[in-house]
Design a protein around this ligand. Sequence first.
Ligand code: SF4
Ligand code: SF4
Length: 336
Amino acid sequence: MAKFISKTDLLAWLEGLMKERTLAAPIKEEGVTRFAPVKKVADIVMDPGATDFSPKDWFFPPSETLFTVSKADGKTVITPRTMEKEAILFGLHPCDGLGVALMDLPFLAEPADASYAEKREKTTLVGLACRQSRPECFCTSLGSNPFDATYLDVLLIEAGGGYIVQSKTEKGQKLLASAKLTESNVETPAPPAVNTVPVEGLVAIAPHVFNDAFWTRLADRCIHCNMCAFVCPACYCFDIRDYVGKGGVVERVRSWESCQAAGFTKIAGGYTPRPTKAARLRQRFYHKFLYMPKQLGSIGCTGCGRCVRVCPVNIDIREIITTMQKIGAKVAVGAP
Ligand code: SF4
Ligand code: SF4
């Protein structure tokens, strides 16, 4: 027997939770699906496929004030941004759960990022299993799958006119206490098939592909719009700026950036260690396929396929992985 919730009871449960918590879920604004706080459950896009923007927006928004610095009675006062109430991030797919786990690696490593850590602690993840995959999905190559509950507090699998409910975490159990669950013998449907990409061995061959002309050819196409990094659930480059406002109050703001941007690695004196487009484009992939695995223990990609969909010049991470494997294999056997 499985725990089950009807579609009507699911919406009623979410509505009840919204009385005390913030509910963030996929909504559609100007043709784009993104995770944002919802005012009413009817606004939730219940089956968005992969949202255009990932749920990283909730924990690591495009731009956020980290804290303000002011003076009071001759003393310096630092006021951090804090969450007013607990939150539920609803409707993320299993690969996006993996994306949150990948974000945890840099942001929760000691010393943990205070803003991120607070949001992570006070947010419960309620995911939706994928009913269908897209051609550009390759989550199973990165260790997840369409029904993977590993990185979620609650997973809902659509079946029998409602949802099978799975939860293994304390946070998930606590949240479900107010849900109208029933016992059901509804069968779990088969997960959709997902395309695969040859990721195995990529970390080992990556150093052998570093100086290949392939990167220059690829960079000639790239227009450096940075959209691939902005939609990616695992890209976490950022910029920090201080703004002085009324009464001399200083606001420290963190905003998304991309390691592919020309100014990202520029240092004092104007020197940049990655002066070419090719070096900058290569950096994004080497961070994912070599530096993150070495430094943080995991490849920095979930196989969500968002970067494939968004790239205006059809630069495709699946082709890059396949090409790196081919070049690496040739180098390994000493072929020209
Ligand atoms: S989306 Fe495509 S064109 Fe834009 S920066 Fe990424 S790879 Fe380059
Ligand atoms: S690199 Fe592309 S496929 Fe991988 S997680 Fe980022 S957006 Fe998704």
